[in-house]
Design a protein around this ligand. Structure first.
Ligand SMILES: [Zn+2]
Length: 124
């Protein structure tokens, strides 16, 4: 993906006249691909190079959402070591997460395998 500060009329590679078009923009946020469909851009009819207007409302919207999601995921990312007690493997839940989700020792959670590296813990 190429972003140019100034919108131009001709392709920098082959100097063809650019046409108005739409495309999907993919943004990688914490390992998840978020797709923004139908983003206005200029496309080179020869080589297919796409040019985006970094100052457009659409682009600002994408930047804002991307920033917010990054901040959100960062806030939820924690690294914890597992420990063992007898036969059981223990995962300690940090105090701020306990408070945020209203957890206590009487609450039931559902544990499900998401993929080979992700386990989801849901409050039921
Ligand atoms: Zn071109």
């Amino acid at each position: 993906m190429q972003r140019k500060r100034k919108m131009m009329d001709t392709c920098v590679w082959c100097e063809s006249k650019l046409k108005d078009g739409e495309t999907d923009i993919e943004v990688n946020i914490a390992g998840e691909v978020v797709i923004f469909p139908g983003i206005k851009c200029k496309i080179c009819p020869e080589c297919g190079e796409k040019y985006y207007d970094a100052d457009s409302e659409q682009q600002k919207h994408i930047d804002e959402i991307t920033h917010r999601l990054h901040t959100h995921y960062k806030g939820l990312h924690l690294r914890r070591k597992l420990s063992r007690s007898g036969d059981s493997l223990l995962l300690r839940i940090p105090r701020d997460v306990e408070r945020e989700y209203g957890l206590n020792e009487n609450i039931e959670v559902e544990i499900s395998a998401y993929d080979k590296k992700k386990i989801i813990i849901e409050v039921v």
